[in-house]
Unconditional design. Structure first.
Length: 364
């Protein structure tokens, strides 16, 4: 066989192989449609249509997976995950699934993702570390719908749950879940029937980024602002635009807050975590050492609290009684706030609640 013949055969084989690869990721049957029996609008205001319930989904954040459990959506439809599902006690059915990225905030391995042949990739909608638009530009031309949902904002939580319920035909389960939400919210709000505005503790809520730099406070559009308000408090910096912003320490000193709160995303607390490294006490000592902070009411009255990241996710409504009781112990003296957390883990994760979820300065 001549060299020319061998070269021609090689070229033909190369074309065939490439064609198979293109077909794998751009099968005409997978071309995204602008019509279908099922229609949803995600949190980036993108409209998506489906002819049937999705059967191959990649998901990289635990919030979305939790909502799927809350709606009794079978996790067998999940074909790829991130490294955030490492806990085999909490995620036994997902911890061994193919990885498409190390965490929900890390770089995506697009080759691994496409190897799972997904119909849908669910991502955060407004998280600053996730460029949803760039992801959509890469995946939607090859037939993968990018559904943007957060599940960490109080004002959009129900709408986002409704998106998944509609996608998977779980409207009945959605209604039951929303009834449970309403029951918890009504119980909390009933305790505030005679609450005056001056009785709301004034709170500065710092972001975990404050560990390494000047104060970064959570502001107007932060999910914590809604939680604090519903729990009977007042986020002092809620008037500032955006989710977070830097403030001078003097601004906090001038406000003299009743409570200093910190989100616990980077702390070793939460499910099956017990702050064994004493990160909470170390952080509180760091805050107390700031010039002038020892004179703040919050520190003099031992009202520094660190709450685990679960409180700012789908657990937020079940966690509302815990925050409300921290802020108003007398009003909630007859409420077993932790029982709502117990119910959340038992009913939706099928595990007993274990771990430390709140650190308080009066215990360190």
């Amino acid at each position: 066989m001549s060299k020319r013949t061998i070269l021609s055969v090689f070229q033909i084989l190369l074309i065939v192989i490439c064609s198979i690869g293109v077909w794998q990721y751009t099968n005409p049957d997978d071309i995204l449609s602008d019509s279908g029996a099922i229609r949803v609008v995600d949190s980036n205001n993108e409209t998506h249509y489906f002819d049937d319930f999705p059967s191959r989904v990649v998901i990289t954040n635990t919030y979305a997976a939790t909502v799927m459990r809350m709606l009794d959506i079978d996790h067998s439809v999940l074909v790829g995950v991130s490294g955030d599902f490492y806990d085999e006690n909490l995620w036994p059915e997902l911890s061994q699934k193919p990885l498409v990225q190390q965490s929900a905030h890390s770089e995506i391995d697009f080759e691994s993702l496409l190897d799972t042949r997904p119909e849908i990739y669910i991502v955060f909608a407004t998280n600053g570390m996730v460029d949803t638009g760039a992801i959509r530009e890469k995946l939607e031309p090859v037939g993968v719908r990018v559904i943007a949902l957060d599940f960490y904002k109080y004002d959009s939580l129900r709408d986002e749950i409704d998106v998944l319920a509609t996608m998977f035909g779980k409207q009945a389960e959605r209604d039951i879940l929303f009834d449970e939400f309403e029951s918890i919210e009504s119980m909390v709000s009933s305790k505030f029937s005679n609450l005056n505005e001056e009785d709301r503790p004034r709170i500065v809520m710092e972001h975990h980024a404050s560990l390494t730099r000047d104060p970064v406070v959570l502001t107007g559009t932060s999910q914590w602002t809604d939680l604090i308000d519903r729990a009977g408090g007042l986020n002092i910096f809620s008037y500032l635009a955006g989710h977070t912003t830097h403030v001078d320490m003097e601004e906090i000193l001038d406000e003299n807050p009743d409570v200093l709160m910190f989100d616990g995303i980077t702390f070793d607390i939460g499910y099956n975590a017990y702050d064994e490294s004493d990160s909470c006490s170390s952080h509180m000592e760091h805050i107390e050492s700031r010039p002038g902070f020892g004179d703040l009411n919050a520190i003099k009255d031992d009202k520094m609290w660190i709450l685990s990241g679960e409180f700012a996710g789908p657990m937020m409504i079940h966690g509302l009684p815990t925050l409300a009781k921290l802020l108003h112990p007398d009003l909630f003296s007859d409420v077993d706030a932790e029982s709502y957390l117990d119910d959340y883990f038992l009913n939706y994760h099928d595990v007993d609640r274990i771990g430390k979820f709140v650190c308080t300065s009066n215990e360190v």
